[in-house]
Write a protein that binds this ligand. Structure first.
Ligand SMILES: [Zn+2]
Ligand SMILES: [Zn+2]
Length: 377
C-alpha cells in the first residue's frame, strides 16, 4: 500500500476528528483527488484503524460513513471490530459499538498521534516490493555467500516489515548451477510467519528434483528487501539447514523409494494375506526406505545383474534412477531380523528386477540371472 496516500488519509481523518465531524466515503475520496474510489477505501481505512489499535488508540476509521446511513461500512463492524477483540459482533450491537467508538475518537487527543508520526517518518520505509531489484540481484548472483554450491534454495519475502494487511506472500526459487529449476509460492491472509514453511517447501522442491542430493551441495538463502543490513540476503546457517534436511528426510526417501516397493509387494502377496502385507509395509516402510537409500549409497546406481547405468544412456534424466531388490525375500524375514543394506540389498535395473521375480514361486539370485544373460549373449 502507498504509504504517502495512507498518511494523507490519516491526516484528513485526524482533522475531522479534531472538529468532531464525520466524513463521508465520497468526500474522503474526493479529498485525496479520487486516487482511491469510495468503495475501495475499505482497505486503507482498515489499515489505518489497525495501526491505531496496535497503539491502543481508538479506531479512526469509525468516522468515515456512508452518505445514506451515516454509519461506517460493514467492514468496520466485522474486520476492524474483530481486530479490537470483538469477534462476530452481533448486528444488534453495531449501533452501540459505533457510538462508543465514535465518541472515543472525537474525545481523543490526536496531537500526540501526529507528533508520534512525525518522529517516525525519518525512517523512510520502502513501500513496494521490487521484483526488478530482486531480478538484478539474481543476475549478479549476490545470493552466493561463502562457498558456492550446486543448488540454491532461495526464499523471497514479498512484503515489507511495515505491511500490516495481508495476504502475505513468500516465494521460493530453486536454482541448479544458477539456472532456475522450479519455484513455488506460499500465501497467508493473516500470518506473516511464513519463513519456516517456505524453507520446508523449498527443500521439498529440491527433493522432488533430486532426492539423492547431498546436504553439502545445498545453500539456502533468504531475500528480504528491507533487511536492516547492507545486503538483503541472509544465509541459512549450516546447522539449521541440516536439521531441516533431517526433518524432511522421509519426504526425500519417499521420492526415491516408491515404485520398487510395488514389485516386492507383489512377491510377498503370495505369502501374506492382503491385510498382513499392508500391516507389514505400514510398520516397516520408513525403516526400509532408509535401508534402500543406504543400499544406493553402498552399491551405487548400477544394475548388479547387467551393469546398466541409467545416467549413461538417459543423461541427467536417468541420474539416480535404480531399484532395490531384497536378496532374501521379505517374506522370509520376521520382525526380529534387521536388514543389512550391504548384504541383504542389491541395486538392479527394472528389467532385471522383474526377471528376478518372474517366477512367482522362486526368486532368482543375482548370480543365477547373471548366468542366464551371459549364456544368451
Ligand atoms: Zn539390469
Ligand atoms: Zn526384488
Amino acid at each position: 500500500m502507498n504509504e504517502k496516500l495512507l498518511n494523507r488519509i490519516e491526516e484528513i481523518l485526524v482533522l475531522s476528528a479534531n472538529k468532531n465531524e464525520l466524513i463521508e466515503y465520497g468526500r474522503l475520496s474526493r479529498e485525496i483527488g479520487g486516487l482511491i474510489s469510495p468503495i475501495k477505501l475499505n482497505e486503507p481505512l482498515g489499515e489505518i484503524s489497525l495501526r491505531c489499535i496496535k497503539k491502543n488508540f481508538p479506531p479512526l476509521s469509525v468516522i468515515v460513513v456512508n452518505q445514506q446511513t451515516q454509519r461506517p461500512g460493514e467492514g468496520f463492524f466485522t474486520w476492524v471490530a474483530s481486530q479490537m477483540g470483538y469477534k462476530n459482533l452481533p448486528q444488534s450491537e453495531w449501533e452501540d459499538f459505533f457510538i462508543k467508538q465514535k465518541e472515543a475518537v472525537f474525545s481523543w487527543d490526536w496531537n500526540e498521534y501526529i507528533e508520534n508520526k512525525a518522529s517516525n517518518s525519518g525512517s523512510k520505509a520502502v513501500n513496494i516490493f521490487s521484483i526488478e531489484d530482486l531480478n538484478n540481484r539474481l543476475l549478479d548472483k549476490s545470493y552466493v555467500i561463502g562457498e558456492e554450491t550446486r543448488y540454491y534454495i532461495l526464499t523471497i519475502k514479498k512484503f515489507l516489515e511495515t505491511t500490516s494487511i495481508g495476504p502475505y506472500q513468500y516465494h521460493m526459487i530453486l536454482l541448479e548451477n544458477h539456472q532456475k529449476i522450479s519455484e513455488g509460492t506460499l500465501e497467508d491472509e493473516n500470518s506473516k510467519q511464513l519463513l519456516t514453511p517456505s524453507k520446508k517447501k523449498g527443500l521439498e522442491l529440491l527433493f522432488k528434483h533430486n532426492p539423492m542430493v547431498h546436504i553439502h551441495d545445498i545453500s539456502m538463502v533468504h531475500y528480504k528487501q528491507d533487511r536492516q543490513k547492507n545486503s538483503p540476503w541472509a544465509k541459512e546457517p549450516a546447522s539449521s539447514l541440516r536439521s531441516l534436511y533431517n526433518e524432511l528426510e522421509n519426504t526425500r526417501l519417499r521420492n526415491i523409494v516408491d515404485h520398487d516397493v510395488e514389485i516386492e509387494k507383489q512377491q510377498d502377496a503370495t505369502n501374506y494375506k492382503d491385510g498382513e502385507v499392508k500391516q507389514y509395509y505400514g510398520n516397516r516402510y520408513e525403516r526400509k526406505a532408509k535401508n534402500r537409500l543406504k543400499a544406493i549409497e553402498i552399491h551405487g546406481t548400477i544394475c548388479a545383474v547387467c551393469g546398466f547405468k541409467f545416467e549413461e544412456v538417459y543423461g541427467e534424466l536417468g541420474r539416480d534412477f535404480i531399484e532395490i531388490h531384497h536378496v532374501r525375500p521379505l517374506s522370509t524375514l520376521n520382525e526380529a531380523v534387521e536388514v543389512d543394506p550391504a548384504k541383504d540389498l542389491v541395486t538392479v535395473c527394472p528389467n532385471c528386477h522383474r526377471m528376478l521375480h518372474r517366477n512367482r514361486n522362486k526368486v532368482l539370485s543375482v548370480e543365477e540371472l547373471k548366468k542366464i544373460i551371459q549364456f544368451d549373449s
